[in-house]
Structures are given as structure tokens and as C-alpha cells.
Design a protein around this ligand. Structure first.
Ligand code: ADP
Ligand code: MG
Length: 445
């Protein structure tokens, strides 16, 4: 999965600091591009090192130049006229392909490199010829490329860079299998860049695992940008028995149609089920190693509302897409920010509102603080009066008087993340930036 994110380039940097090929720099100047946008600042240096990247940033943030510049730079400094197609950009729509093609031509002006547009609705023969004519850059929609692949033998065997732009939209439009098929026919040693407006889309992380395998994540969105309809809360707990009480209380007192409870292990998921059932919660466990039939039976019970609480591990819940999940409870803090995103992406689908509650005991505090930094959002601290525990956060915070109390009293944590000691392994996936406070957490644009 992912490794550490790239530290941001200093905000003052302009395009010349990337040391791009002269032709590209000239084209940028000619077209009035001076200062890279944040996604360009983060992506260009990382991409120049030729690693695989998963990049999430809002629409309009400048993703096109973020992938065109480093991939075209690589072509220009490593000329290979006989290699055929060396950069393939896959996009969901013809209009988008045309737009990118135009920007690409602007950048390649003054070089001998050619870019071709291969989309449906255009002359097939002409496009086939373009592929054969050593066109270095191809910008395409998946459908037409698949058609061409049935005729042409291995046009992408020398590909240097595969770019999947607007991956979330490609998934929505049903291109997932097409994209995977095309990716399989590309040079295995290529670099792959996957761009998406969001990370919480059901299929994006899954596609990244399949197509990029090992990759670095550059997330420009804050959690609030990603999931504006979902409230993120934490409830502190003393130990697992205390957590079990809290879990049952929440499942009995919160209002929801369906709820998902996550644990980090199968054994823990199993252990949770009977105690909450005994208290009257209609719960069932979803196992990672259930056979397909059993899994389908459980899912049907949950979907139909016969049970309304599903207790699962990360693995078992991957790819679940069920309507009406309004509550996600993390019985344990997930192992990293990506898993957290996977979990909460199950709720608040298509503008439904949702609530995520993570139960945190003292040994998990640092892990949770790391996830908050990674997602650049402070979670809301909530305490349950009936089940108040002793653990009130790290000692330093307690000393500053920030404790909780009162039924369903909600207050925002104001701890300074840098005062919390973080173990090395918690820092996986965490950029070097500090978590901004809730108020100014939109550092993504
Ligand atoms: P996205 O793909 O993230 O939606 P685009 O790449 O389409 O965004 O860029 C959005 C707009 O911003 C385009 O009109 C583009 O020309 C412009 N743009 C991109 N990068 C810069 C920059 N560094 N400086 C000024 N304008 C930029
Ligand atoms: Mg775009």
C-alpha cells in the first residue's frame, strides 16, 4: 500500500524550480502559467522520481498540468523515437480528452513529439494509424482503446507512464473493468499516476491497489472536503470491557437505519456480537473467510433490515455498498488513515448524512492523533455521561483542564498535535504538515 507522503514544496516556488525541460518551461511562460497550484507543487517533484502516485484534489485544482508536466519532461529528457506510445492518458469522456489534448499540444509546441486523441465518435482508421505512427502521447477514453487493442498487438509495451484521470468518474461510468484490462496490457515497468477528485469513492482505493500496487498517496483534500455530510466523533474508553459497554449504549441510543461496527481482527468481531445481541441489538458478524454463500446470506439479512448492525473487519467490509448506513463505529482505531477512509466511506453515501464514532483507549491515542493529522481534521470529542471513564486523554492535555462531561456533550479537541509523542509506525502515510485546526483545515486548495 502507501508510503510516506511527499513534503510540500515551499509555497513560494514557481515552475522554474522544478527544472523542467526547456521546451516545457517556455510553453508555460508563453501561456501565462507562473506559479504551480498546490496539487502541482506536491505532485510534480514526486512524479519526477518515477514512483506510482494516487493523487486526490478537487476539480479545478490544476491536475492536468500536474500529470502532463512530469510525464512529458521524462519523454523529452529520455528520447526514444522508436518506442511507440510512451504516455497514455485515460479519461472518462471525450470532452475531457479533447481538453487535455489541447493542453498537451500547447506544452509540446516546439518539440517533435506528437499527441493523439483516441475517442469514440471519431474515425476509427485514422486513430488506428495514429497509434501506429509512433505517437508519443495518447489521450483516450477506455472504450475506444479496448477496440484498438483487439486489432493491434501490444501498442503499449514500451509505455513509460499510464495516467488515469478522473478515476472516480471512470468508475461511476462503469469503466472499471476496461481500465483494468488496458492496464494489464501496458508495460509492466511503467509509472502509473491515478487522479481522483475524492478518495472516499467506493472503488478508487480498490483500483489503486489493483493497478498501482505500491504507491505514494498525495491527498490534497481534507476529510471535511471529502465527506462534508459525515460527523467524525471520538469517545474515550478505559479498556475493552468499557468499550463494549459504550458500543452497546451507542447502538441502543443512536438513531440510525443501519450501522457498521469495525474491529481490527476477526476474533474481536466475533467476541463483540453475542454481548450486544444479549442487550437487544440486532447484530450479525461478517467474516473475512466466510464462503460466498454464507457471505451473501449475511449481506441479505443486513440489506433487508432483518438485522441492522453489521460487525466486520476491514477486509470483510471492503467494497460493501449498502444504502442506509448512517452510523459507523470503530470499536478499535483503524491501523492507518487509509483504512479509516475505507471504513467511513461506507456511510453518508450520495449526500446522506452520517456519523462516525471511534472508541479510543489510551494505547490508541497516538494512532488516532496520527490519523487526524493525515486527514487534516480534528475529530469531535464526545463523552457519554452514563458510562464516563477515567481516561481523559494524554496527561498534558488533562493538566490543561480540557476534560469532558455531560450527556452527549460535544466539544472540539484543541490539543496541539506536536505535543503528542508519535511512534514511528504511526507516521506512515502522514505528510510533514501539521494538522491545521478545524477552522482552517482547508489547506487543500
Ligand atoms: P482539474 O483537472 O484539477 O479539475 P485543470 O487541470 O482542468 O483542473 O485546471 C483548471 C484550470 O486551472 C484550467 O483552466 C487551467 O488552465 C488552470 N490552471 C492550472 N494550473 C494553473 C496554474 N499553475 N496557474 C494558473 N492557472 C492554472
Ligand atoms: Mg481534470
Amino acid at each position: 500500500m502507501t508510503e510516506v507522503t511527499t513534503p510540500a514544496t515551499p509555497a513560494s516556488a514557481d515552475f522554474s524550480s522544478f527544472d523542467l525541460h526547456g521546451a516545457l518551461q517556455q510553453a508555460l511562460t508563453k501561456n501565462g502559467f507562473e506559479t504551480p497550484t498546490p496539487v502541482q507543487q506536491r505532485t510534480i517533484p514526486a512524479s519526477l522520481t518515477r514512483q506510482n502516485l494516487l493523487v486526490s484534489a478537487k476539480t479545478g485544482s490544476g491536475k492536468t498540468l500536474a500529470f502532463l508536466l512530469p510525464s512529458l519532461h521524462y519523454l523529452l529528457v529520455n528520447p526514444n523515437f522508436y518506442a511507440g506510445t510512451r504516455v497514455l492518458v485515460l479519461v472518462p469522456t471525450r470532452e475531457l480528452a479533447q481538453q487535455i489534448h489541447l493542453q498537451c499540444q500547447q506544452l509540446l509546441e516546439g518539440t517533435s513529439l506528437k499527441a493523439a486523441l483516441i475517442t469514440g465518435g471519431e474515425d476509427f482508421k485514422k486513430q488506428q494509424n495514429a497509434l501506429r505512427k509512433n505517437t508519443a502521447v495518447v489521450i483516450a477514453t477506455p472504450g475506444r482503446i479496448l477496440e484498438l487493442l483487439t486489432l493491434d498487438t501490444a501498442p503499449f509495451e514500451n509505455l513509460d507512464t499510464l495516467i488515469l484521470d478522473e478515476a472516480d468518474r471512470m468508475l461511476d461510468m462503469g469503466f472499471s473493468d476496461d481500465v483494468l484490462t488496458i492496464a494489464k496490457q501496458c508495460n509492466e515497468n511503467r509509472q502509473t499516476l491515478l487522479f481522483s477528485a475524492t478518495l472516499t469513492h467506493a472503488g478508487v482505493l480498490k483500483m489503486a491497489d489493483k493497478v498501482l500496487k505500491k504507491y505514494e498517496l498525495i491527498a490534497l483534500n481534507t476529510l471535511r472536503d471529502e465527506l462534508p455530510h459525515i460527523q467524525q466523533q471520538i469517545v474515550l474508553a478505559d479498556d475493552n470491557p468499557h468499550k463494549e459497554q459504550l458500543l452497546a449504549w451507542l447502538l441502543l441510543n443512536e438513531t440510525f437505519e443501519k450501522a457498521l461496527v469495525f474491529s481490527n481482527s476477526r476474533a474481536q468481531a466475533d467476541a463483540l456480537c453475542d454481548p450486544v445481541r444479549a442487550k437487544g441489538v440486532r447484530a450479525i458478524v461478517l467474516h473475512g473467510d466466510m464462503d460466498q454463500k454464507e457471505r451473501q446470506r449475511v449481506m441479505k439479512l443486513f440489506r433487508d433490515g432483518v438485522v441492522n448492525v453489521l460487525i466486520a473487519t476491514d477486509l470483510a467490509a471492503r467494497g460493501l455498498d449498502i444504502k442506509g448506513i448512517q452510523l459507523v463505529i470503530n470499536f478499535e482505531v483503524p491501523r492507518n488513515g487509509i483504512n479509516y477512509l475505507h471504513r467511513i466511506g461506507r456511510t453518508g453515501r450520495s449526500d446522506e448524512t452520517g456519523l462516525t464514532i471511534t472508541l479510543v483507549k489510551h494505547t490508541e491515542w497516538n494512532l488516532m492523533a496520527g490519523i487526524e493529522r493525515f486527514l487534516r481534521q480534528s475529530f469531535i470529542r464526545r463523552s457519554i455521561k452514563e458510562l464516563a471513564g477515567k481516561f481523559q486523554g494524554p496527561k498534558k492535555l488533562k493538566a490543561s483542564g480540557k476534560t469532558t462531561g455531560g450527556k452527549k456533550k460535544v466539544e472540539t479537541k484543541k490539543e496541539k498535535p506536536e505535543k503528542v509523542k508519535v511512534r514511528h509506525r504511526d507516521q506512515k502515510n502522514i505528510g510533514k504538515r501539521r494538522a491545521p485546526s478545524v477552522e482552517n483545515s482547508n489547506a487543500s486548495t
